[in-house]
Design a binder for this molecule. Structure first.
Ligand code: DGL
Length: 235
């Protein structure tokens, strides 16, 4: 038993979708969330920059005595998790494995598309994870750098639809049956993405991350008996 909170970080408000799932699936757990709004988007930054900014958020979480850290950000998972997990004691859970696992289990025609930030696409982290599970799956990765800032700007539906349509134009004519929303901001414009792409199956890591978290807490006997806070801190 361990009543310390779970720490979550993102570059902005996208990661709140993961925090919400954690609170839903593990109501006894307390959470501390940090969204580094001042430095978003992370998706166009250098790896070094992302590592430094993520370290800063991790420090904030550790100062809040978290027992485990969730990188509720694909970009931080792709660019910084490998480095930072060697530096701190609490375990880190990223979001990429979970989304890749769900997509590779679901595709029927073995064609998956991934939309994500430029950094995540440039790392080919999704392609590697999906191919690790099934090398026959064809993976099309598309960088959509305008989408996370669009979500943060909280625009009207018509504006969202226009930017989503332009951003997803390169996917037109590709016959994938499964789309990975490889940025935690994108579920917030899922409606607009659906209007543009129609009948494909959508995945993001959020639901599986919460399940994975539960398994780890159980296994390490870190489950909490009472929820005494859920704090959101947007820098
Ligand atoms: N929400 C973040 C992700 O999942 C990135 C958004 C950004 O800062 O570019 O990749």
């Amino acid at each position: 038993m361990d009543n310390r909170p779970i720490g979550l970080l993102d570059s902005g408000l996208g990661g709140l979708s993961i925090a919400k799932k954690v609170i839903e699936k593990l109501p006894n757990e307390s959470t501390v969330f940090i969204g580094d709004n001042a430095h978003m988007p992370y998706g166009n930054r250098t790896k070094e920059d992302i590592i430094n900014l993520t370290r800063r958020s991790v420090k904030f979480l550790l100062n809040n005595d978290v027992k485990l850290v969730i990188f509720a950000c694909n970009t931080a998972t792709a660019a910084a998790m490998g480095t930072i997990e060697k530096e701190i004691e609490p375990q880190i859970i990223g979001v990429i494995q979970s989304g890749a696992l769900a997509a590779s289990r679901t595709t029927k025609n073995k064609k998956v598309a991934v939309v994500a930030t430029s950094v995540t696409v440039g790392s080919h982290a999704y392609e590697k994870e999906i191919h690790f599970r099934d090398p026959e799956i064809e993976v099309t990765e598309l960088a959509t750098p305008k989408l996370a800032p669009l979500v943060e700007a909280q625009e009207e539906h018509a504006t969202n639809l226009k930017v989503v349509k332009e951003s997803l134009a390169p996917l037109k004519g590709k016959d994938f049956d499964t789309l990975v929303l490889g940025c935690t901001h994108y579920p917030l414009i899922e409606q607009e993405i659906k209007e543009i792409l129609g009948e494909v199956l959508f995945f993001n890591g959020s639901p599986r991350v919460a399940l994975h978290l539960k398994e780890i807490l159980k296994e390490k006997q870190l489950l909490s008996t009472e929820n005494n806070m859920n704090i959101t801190f947007i820098d």
